[in-house]
Structures are given as structure tokens and as C-alpha cells.
Design a protein around this ligand. Structure first.
Ligand code: COA
Length: 376
């Protein structure tokens, strides 16, 4: 007889390995990278310091940081061949498919020949993902071949410079930097786990990251900030938002940007990005989206005790940075590649192929019947 199905779907709540990179929902404000609280990192560190921390386990000295940033700057320019490949991808493509294909193409054009080179390839991806997104976007939408290098001092500033074709203001660069730090790492989330599964087969770093991008593309993982933007944008005022949300909740609809699979009472990243969303709204004298978002947040808490997650206020913040909604999830890629590659290195450092078992729920053993016996 077939045994009753044991609901282990999704591996929720199960420990699937060890990591020294991140804790989610454990200590401090609820999110730490290599022992540092996310609130401290977002307030005081640069994204480059955070990427270095994830890759080495320690914050860099001034000399190490300068060298790391130099290497990131050296790798920024896309090769003519990569540009040519991006030019062939049509305007209506999903930008996440562009990121996935761009990453895969990087691995074809300059493959990882040896694991000894993994740091160099991780830095190449960090350096080039902003340009992959922006080069394709400008060429496919406006027929313009943009320069893929910039004088920007930070990766976030580099992305905004390429996207908006002007230097970002100080506050714009600061919002981008905080956002990249918040999205950089999140333990064994689906895309990171996908990267680790791939890495455990000893495949190359680009294959592992390409798989991670494809996993992040799913609406249950990345993409909630894009859906939150569509929601917020559909309301003309906070009062309209309140009425709309109440109707959606009455119809048992899911509200994007709320709730979390691990955090139970709050997402520690929310207060940080919310503060930046308020700041950029004030700086641009445009509080409409922030005010609508804040009303949504209070309605959701009042009605369902559901809290805004990291994605919700990213919507209004990104919008005021001039970022098209369809590029919100690719930014997640530009940031999370720091975490993915750190996990790939960690997996390789203590590897055993990831190959769980399955509980069989199929047919009982039975004799093979010949084709002629199955006819009719
Ligand atoms: N809107 C409306 N109801 C929600 C909700 C949301 N955003 N998130 C959770 N709920 C409901 C669930 O449907 C469930 O209701 P039920 O008990 O009647 O079935 C209840 O609240 C408890 O859900 P919970 O166990 O806390 O959530 P989960 O672990 O199953 O799912 C998410 C977590 C993140 C997938 C879920 O909250 C969600 O889909 N959020 C919207 C998408 C999103 O913002 N994703 C980005 C996450 S960073």
C-alpha cells in the first residue's frame, strides 16, 4: 500500500546545509552578514565593502577596498562581442531573460577555466551586470549604443549613470547603495540554493549563477517589487488605496510586498528602505507614492497583521530614481550576485554533491506487460 504523503514540500524549516555567510531571523535585528547586523551595514558600509565581506568573511582595510574597487572598475566595460549578443535581444524580451542570457554569454566568451580564478569571475559579474542591463535597455528601446564604462565611484552610481545617462545626485547614489546592500544576501533562499546545487556538481561559476538568475525570475521569488509598484501605481490617493486594499483582501487576493516565509513579525530591511523612500520623496518633492505606500502598510497591519517586506518600499524608491519598473528585478540580480558567488565559493570549499532523497508515492511494484497486451 502507498504510504500517506509526508508534506516535506519546499523543505521549509529544514536545515539543508551550513553557511558562515548569513543569518535570517536569528539574532540582532533579524538579518546579519558574516556577523554584522544589516542595520549597521546599511547605515555605514558601502556595497563594495559588503561584497568584499561576503567574499572573504571580513570587512576590507582601506587598501583592500581601494584595490577591490579598482578591479571592479577595470572590469566594467562589456566586450564588443557581448554587446553584439545583447543587440540581438528584442525590446519585448523579459529583462530577467536578458540578465540570464548575458551571464551565460559571459561564461561562453571568457569561461572559468579553473576554480583558482573564481574571485576574478565573481568580480567580473558584479562589475558587468549593470552594463548588461543598461546596454540592452538603451539599444533595444532607443537604438542607442551607450558607453559601458563610467567614472562613477560606486557600482550603484555606475548603474544609475548608465541607465539615466547622467551622474546621479548624492542622495540618488545613496539610495541605490542602501538597496544593493539590503538585497545582497539572504541565506538559503531559492535562487541561492539553486546556485549551491549547481555548484555542488563542480560546474563552472557562470552555470551556477545563470541557474540562480532563472530561479530568481519566478514570481514567488524576485519580482514582488515590480508587482508592488503596479499595485501602488493603480491608486490615485491614500484613501483610494485603503478602499482598494480592503476590497482585495475581502476577495482573498494576495498583496505583493507583504509577508515573508521566514520573518514572522517584521522584515528588518523594510524600515531601512522605507526611510530612504521617504528621503528621496522629500528631496524630489514628490511624496505621492510614499503616502500611498504608508497607507497600504497600515491597512495591511490593521486588517491582517501582515508587515511590509523588503520589496514594498523599494517600489516607490526605485520609481523616484527614474528606474523603469521592468528593471526592478534585474537590480536584485546585480546585488544578489555578491551573495550567490560567495555561496558558490563556500560550497566548493566544503563540497559534497547535493542529492536529497524523495518519498515515493507512485504505484506499487507490478509486472511488466507487453505492448500487445496493452492494446485496446
Ligand atoms: N497578502 C495577503 N495574504 C497573505 C499575504 C499577502 N501578501 N502573505 C501571506 N498571506 C496570508 C496567507 O495566504 C496565509 O493565509 P491562510 O492562513 O488563510 O492560508 C497567511 O497570510 C499566513 O501566510 P504565511 O504562512 O505567513 O506565508 P507563507 O510563508 O506561506 O508565504 C510569502 C510567504 C512571502 C510567499 C507570502 O507572504 C507572499 O506571497 N507574499 C507576497 C509576495 C511577496 O511579497 N514576496 C516577496 C517576499 S520577500
Amino acid at each position: 500500500m502507498v504510504q500517506k504523503f509526508n508534506d516535506s514540500r519546499g523543505l521549509h524549516g529544514q536545515v539543508a546545509g551550513t553557511t558562515a555567510l548569513c543569518t535570517v531571523g536569528a539574532s540582532g535585528s533579524g538579518l546579519t552578514y558574516c556577523g554584522y547586523d544589516i542595520a549597521d551595514l546599511a547605515a555605514q558600509a558601502s556595497f563594495e565593502e559588503v561584497a568584499f565581506l561576503l567574499h572573504t568573511g571580513e570587512l576590507p582595510s582601506q587598501t583592500e577596498l581601494t584595490r577591490f574597487k579598482q578591479r571592479l572598475a577595470e572590469y566594467r566595460a562589456l566586450s564588443p562581442l557581448l554587446c553584439e549578443i545583447l543587440e540581438r535581444i528584442p525590446k519585448h524580451a523579459n529583462p530577467m531573460d536578458v540578465m540570464r542570457s548575458g551571464c551565460s554569454a559571459m561564461g561562453v566568451l571568457a569561461p572559468e577555466q579553473s576554480f583558482a580564478d573564481q574571485d576574478q569571475h565573481a568580480i567580473r559579474m558584479l562589475a558587468q551586470f549593470p552594463a548588461i542591463c543598461c546596454y540592452w535597455y538603451h539599444f533595444s528601446h532607443f537604438g542607442v549604443r551607450i558607453a559601458t564604462e563610467s567614472k562613477a565611484d560606486s557600482l550603484g552610481g555606475h548603474f544609475l549613470t548608465l541607465l539615466n545617462q547622467r551622474e546621479p545626485s548624492e542622495i540618488e547614489a545613496a539610495v541605490m547603495q542602501a538597496s544593493l546592500i539590503l538585497y545582497a544576501e539572504h541565506e538559503f533562499n531559492a535562487s541561492t540554493f539553486a546556485a549551491r546545487v549547481a555548484a555542488s556538481t563542480l560546474t563552472d561559476i557562470y552555470s551556477a549563477v545563470t541557474g540562480a538568475i532563472g530561479t530568481l525570475r519566478g514570481p514567488l521569488h524576485g519580482g514582488a517589487n515590480e508587482a508592488a509598484m503596479a499595485l501602488i501605481d493603480s491608486f490615485a490617493s491614500p484613501d483610494e488605496a485603503e478602499a482598494g486594499l480592503l476590497a482585495m483582501l475581502a476577495a482573498k487576493q494576495k498583496i505583493m510586498g507583504f509577508g515573508h516565509a521566514v520573518y514572522r513579525t517584521r522584515d528588518p530591511r523594510n524600515a531601512i528602505i522605507k526611510a530612504w523612500s521617504r528621503k528621496i520623496g522629500t528631496a524630489k518633492n514628490n511624496m505621492k507614492l510614499f503616502d500611498i505606500s504608508e497607507r497600504c502598510e497600515s491597512v495591511m497591519w490593521q486588517e491582517k497583521k501582515l508587515f511590509a517586506n523588503a520589496d514594498f518600499y523599494h517600489a516607490s524608491a526605485y520609481h523616484l530614481l527614474g528606474i523603469p519598473t521592468e528593471l526592478f528585478t534585474p537590480i536584485f540580480v546585480m546585488s544578489r550576485v555578491a551573495g550567490w558567488t560567495a555561496h558558490i565559493k563556500e560550497q566548493r570549499g566544503n563540497n559534497r554533491i547535493i542529492r536529497p532523497g524523495a518519498e515515493y508515492i507512485g504505484a506499487e511494484p507490478r509486472p511488466y506487460t507487453s505492448l500487445s497486451m496493452r492494446n485496446g
